[in-house]
Design a protein around this ligand. Structure first.
Ligand code: KG4
Ligand code: ZN
Length: 323
């Protein structure tokens, strides 16, 4: 039984996952409301909130699973990438629990965690496959050749697609984080009303900064009442451009790499238009798209545990580590 802890951004999460990938508990406490008035995650505020929430969230996960710390065999925790202050809260909590109970600690990479959201449940998706990882911080195409590791085939050279969704939502007055709200508004609009081209960059990389600027100019060109009237069309057209860019690159990579199977993970994998466009792909379950600790515990099953006391020296990292 693995206890997973995730605090890389603005979700405080704890989960219990068995060796065969059964989720016994998956608790996520979102801080989104706390950060909404700032229009984005404030790192210092996030760290302090993680500190308040981490123990209660772990307790709730154990209660949900009807388990005690005595039933836990290892503690898994996100080491990075993410906000260092936020990560350190989870890492310190995990070290403390592991130390107190004489357990090994398993440091997990957050991106590996998103991929491992596919390895859970009774019908897991097993490698090899091509994986589109689309979150608020990353946009990547991965060659997932085994459960332990992957090779990056392409990634964004500027904004992540989730960031593009959030910035677009903000321009349309949808609040933070706006990806899901933009998705909902887009359903009421006509995606052909505005044309938002997405820059094509060489290879299998992505670029989303230009389309965001295009939306900014479109919004600036409208009067407040026009904007109000055409908001849904703007959302639908903007989303169409983002999804098209993701789908095109994914199809290109599938062909180039000769992949038989495609998978999609990360917060943006919850997007309804993307899910419909890649309906043949293995899509992460909706409840495991956004940040959670079940995916961290899942990945931990394929990472070597660090014995006591060596794990006390582990530090968090902010940016993606080279494989
Ligand atoms: O994976 P995630 O929870 O956190 C990171 O690791 O970044 O992804 C969060 C991102 C945010 O940008 C959020 O707006 C976006 O996922 N998102 C969506 C949808 N639901 C969440 N974007 C588009 N459509 C959605 N339905
Ligand atoms: Zn994430």
């Amino acid at each position: 039984m693995i206890l997973g802890i995730e605090t890389s951004c603005d979700e405080t999460a704890a989960a219990l996952v068995s060796a065969d990938g059964e989720i016994r508990a998956n608790v996520v406490a979102s801080q989104a409301d706390l950060h909404a008035r700032f229009g984005g995650v404030v790192p210092e505020v996030a760290s302090r909130r993680h500190l308040e929430l981490v123990a209660p969230v772990v307790r709730e996960a154990l209660d949900t699973a009807c388990l005690g710390l005595g039933d836990v065999d290892a503690v898994a925790v996100t080491q990075g990438p993410g906000l260092v202050g936020a990560l350190l809260v989870g890492l310190s909590a995990a070290k403390a629990i592991a130390w107190a109970r004489g357990l090994p600690l398993i440091p997990v990479d957050h991106l590996h965690g998103h991929v491992a959201s596919l390895f859970l449940g009774s019908d897991p998706v097993d490698p090899p496959f091509l994986c589109l990882l689309a979150t608020g911080g990353h946009t990547m195409l991965l060659d997932v050749h085994d459960h332990r590791s992957f090779t990056v085939l392409g990634e964004t050279i500027d904004d992540a697609v989730g960031e593009a969704f959030d910035k677009g939502a903000r321009l349309l007055g949808l609040g933070y984080p706006g990806g899901a709200a933009l998705d909902r508004l887009a359903r009421e609009g006509d995606a052909e009303r505005f044309s938002f081209p997405v820059a094509s960059v060489p290879g299998l990389d992505f670029s989303f900064s230009g389309v965001k600027t295009a939306l900014l100019y479109a919004v600036r060109g409208l009067t407040p009442s026009e904007l109000q009237r055409r908001r849904a069309d703007l959302a639908a057209s903007y989303q169409r451009a983002l999804v098209r860019a993701l789908v095109q690159r994914t199809e290109q990579a599938t062909e180039a790499g000769g992949f038989d199977r495609i998978a999609v993970v990360g917060g943006v994998a919850a997007n309804s238009e993307l899910r419909a466009a890649l309906a043949g792909a293995a899509l992460a379950p909706l409840e495991l798209c956004g940040d959670n600790a079940a995916m961290i515990a899942s990945a931990a099953r394929y990472v070597n545990p660090v014995p006591r006391p060596d794990y006390l020296a582990l530090d968090a990292y902010a940016s993606r580590q080279a494989a």
